[in-house]
Design a protein around this ligand. Structure first.
Ligand code: AMP
Length: 729
């Protein structure tokens, strides 16, 4: 410590930085001077002064750790949000650094716990806006690997952190990224062209997000504009397209497939075949060529005709199972990708033949049952383990057929396995095999740790981000797209029939009720009798049993509503008869609390009376993908002016009629005003939505997200109405 050489010195606890007649200053907080004549005050233990801090400033310390870290995972990116540190250390210059670590081992969900071995993330991982020196309390981390554990350490720093490295504190969060489809193929090259063929190669997508199983190559004549196209599949990154027309422009798109499904298609790639040199030959020889071509065409046509006739014949016989590698579609409404078509096990004379065609017979000694996890229609559902020779032990669910069953019950029980065994998709429950040669008869499937979606959501009410919910919905839509591509109509799509695994991946299950959709896209298989889940079923399926993929789309809309309302019962306590009547009269469910307007719009579209106007599952998947990519589109919520209680509030400003009939509150649920308001404002054009004025949206029941807790009172009012009748206002 320095001392002033003159007599007028400051006493202990005071300082004066320059010599002269100025007054002494009291040492600022967290600093001291023990001696007289101090030129400055030293900092207390664990307090510091940064370079450039004036002597009059209090000594400060590093901030405490950031608090309340929240992660919202969207496939392979995550948004991290946190709160400011409780203790700023006495400074206002806090910034944040985010450190990314890739971890292996068992993650303890959401926290930094668990038994993890971590290493720094690859440099490919992107931070938005950046990883260090953040002034705000949020960062988006992208380009992570799919299905991988990561730990993020968020450190708060200030001007004195570098002086006290041991005092630096951080908060950590561990996440597991979701399964993600591969990114699009972007680089396609033309290697060789001839009159009738072209050889192409391409680069693997930048982010495969898994092992690429194959590529789908779709091409068509440019002039025909996709009304007729051909699809090929290739395992590697090259293909030769044969049978093309000379001098013709073609457009082509490629998409990669992993266990998570198809990625987005590449941008259209145009190529042209070489000119037809046949035109340059003499007219005499051209006649010969013409005759040769005509004869060849005639032979081909005859062969095709014969093939079709034989095919038709075979369709009526029992074991059809086309596994085509190359498909040609006459119009774009036909099924895609169509590698295989679903075969209805009920068409087998001996259903046990179907089981053994589609399901593997397991030896009961390979199965260990652990505990009962649910009750199925035919018996208990247990969890357990399956250990096949020279394979790793896996967790499985085991459905058992209880004793004393009839032949028909055994057939119906095993029919589910015959159906499930035909599917192979990450969002469809996977069949491991069946036990039919010993008792009890069992169906063994992959194990879904979180059970059925409806109870899972009810258990975790309001605990997920909208993006997480949309991710789950995307999975269900992707599974349903696969089923509809195979010509399979589920007929009982509901949240209770979706299973959820530990990574929140949703898979369609319960194939008990389903029937085949005939080859003709217009034809629907109908049955007489049987139970119909009224609240989930489209009006035409209830009225005249027209079950199609479009009626599955209606049910999907109800599942969407169930998910966004965390497992609420559709139409609450209304009776089935009231539901049928209300839906037939044009009433629809109101938006769930805090439901993004885009998702409510999708629900309304799924509930179009005219079934051809409902979105196809392919469209639903692509809409949800767009929303996941542009989470801003999810920020505007569909408000509750369309709910009865809010409608009451609206009316009260002019006149206040009491809600006397069910129809009165139903009026508030009519789709029409909302639909009108949304004309030209769809989920596919979020830009338009963003430009629509808040006032316009408010008028039709859409507000920017914010405290909407009056919705709870709307729900209560509705609940009370449905239970106790009209309430005077
Ligand atoms: P289900 O007969 O398919 O409706 O199954 C009855 C109940 O058993 C379901 O609601 C689930 O709780 C449970 N369950 C069925 N399959 C599985 C599975 N693969 N993994 C975990 N739980 C299952």
């Amino acid at each position: 410590m320095d001392f002033l050489p003159i007599a007028w010195v400051c006493r202990a606890g005071f300082y004066k930085s320059t010599v002269g007649n100025m007054e002494c200053s009291k040492c600022p907080p967290h600093s001291f001077s023990h001696h007289e004549g101090s030129l400055h005050c030293g900092c207390e233990r664990n307090y510091f002064r940064a370079e450039g801090d004036p002597a009059s400033m209090a000594c400060t310390r590093p901030p405490s750790a950031p608090r309340n870290v929240i992660s919202s995972i969207n496939e392979t990116s995550v948004i991290l949000d946190w709160s400011w540190p409780e203790d700023s250390g006495g400074r206002r210059d806090a910034t944040f650094n985010v450190l990314c670590k890739r971890c292996r081992g068992e993650a303890a969900n959401g926290t930094s716990g668990g038994n993890l071995r971590c290493e720094p993330c690859r440099s490919k991982v992107h931070f938005l806006p950046r990883a260090t020196g953040l002034h705000n309390t949020t960062v988006t981390v992208g380009d992570l690997l799919a299905h991988t554990n990561y730990t993020f350490e968020i450190e708060a720093l200030n001007g004195v952190s570098s002086l006290a490295p041991k005092m630096r504190q951080y908060a950590a969060v561990t996440i597991t990224t979701n399964q993600a489809a591969p990114s699009p193929v972007t680089v396609i090259r033309k290697e060789k062209t001839s009159r009738n063929s072209v050889s192409l190669s391409w680069q693997q997508p930048e982010r495969p997000n898994g092992i690429i199983l194959d590529y789908e190559i779709k091409y068509y004549e440019k002039e025909e504009q996709e009304t007729s196209y051909t699809i090929l599949r290739a395992r590697g990154c090259n293909v030769t397209l044969n049978g093309l027309k000379p001098s013709t422009a073609y457009l082509l798109q490629i998409r990669a497939r992993t266990a998570a499904g198809y990625g987005a298609s590449s941008p259209s790639f145009q190529f042209e075949t070489s000119p037809d040199s046949a035109f340059s030959i003499s007219s005499e020889s051209s006649q010969v060529v013409l005759i040769a071509i005509s004869s060849a065409v005639a032979i081909i046509l005859l062969t095709v005709l014969l093939y079709v006739l034989i095919g038709r014949f075979c369709c009526h016989s029992k074991s059809k199972h086309p596994d085509e590698k190359r498909l040609h579609f006459g119009n774009s409404h036909m099924r895609l990708p169509g590698i295989r078509t679903y075969v209805d096990p009920h068409t087998y004379e001996d259903p046990s033949q179907a089981v053994h065609e589609f399901a593997k017979e397991l030896d009961a000694s390979c199965i260990a049952i652990d505990k009962v996890v649910g009750a199925g229609e035919f018996g208990e559902v247990c969890s357990g383990r399956l250990k096949m020779p020279s394979k790793k032990e896996i967790c499985v669910a085991i459905k058992t057929l209880k004793g004393g069953y009839t032949d028909k019950q055994r057939r119906d029980f095993l029919a589910e396995a015959s159906i499930m065994g035909q599917f192979d998709h990450p969002n469809i429950i996977r069949l491991e095999g069946v036990v039919t040669r010993s008792k009890p008869v069992m169906i063994v499937t992959e194990y879904m740790e979180n059970g059925s979606l409806d109870s899972f959501l009810r258990k975790h009410d309001a605990q997920f981000t909208v993006i997480q919910l949309v991710g789950m919905l995307r999975g269900i839509a992707s599974g349903m797209k696969y089923l509809s591509d195979m010509g399979y109509v589920h007929r009982d799509l509901a949240a209770r029939n979706i299973l959820v695994n530990s990574n929140l991946v949703c898979k369609v299950s319960d194939f008990g009720l389903s029937r085949v959709l005939e080859d003709d896209p217009e034809a629907a298989y109908t049955t007489r009798g049987g139970k119909i889940p009224i609240r989930w079923t489209a009006p035409e399926a209830i009225a005249y049993r027209k079950f199609t993929s479009a009626s599955d789309a209606w049910s999907y809309g109800i599942v969407l509503w169930e998910v966004m309302s965390y497992g609420e019962r559709p139409y609450w306590e209304m009776s089935n008869q009231d539901v049928i009547k209300a839906v037939e009269e044009g009433y629809r469910l109101p938006p769930p609390m805090d439901c993004p307007a885009t998702l409510y719009q999708l629900m309304l579209d799924c509930w179009q009376k005219e079934r051809n106007n409902r979105p196809k599952f392919e469209e639903i998947v692509s809409i949800l993908d767009k929303l996941i990519r542009n989470p801003g589109c999810l920020k505007i919520t569909a408000n509750t002016t369309s709910r009865p209680a809010n409608l009451l509030l609206d009316r009260s400003s002019s006149e206040i009629p009491a809600l006397d009939t069910l129809g009165d509150w139903m009026d508030g649920m009519r789709t029409l005003p909302c639909k009108e308001a949304f004309s030209g404002v769809s989920y596919s054009s979020c830009d338009t939505l963003a430009k629509t004025s808040t006032e316009d949206l408010k008028k039709v029941g859409v507000t920017i997200v914010g405290p909407q807790k009056n919705i709870v009172s709307s729900l209560k009012a509705l609940d009370s109405y449905t239970k106790n009748g009209p309430v005077p206002v």
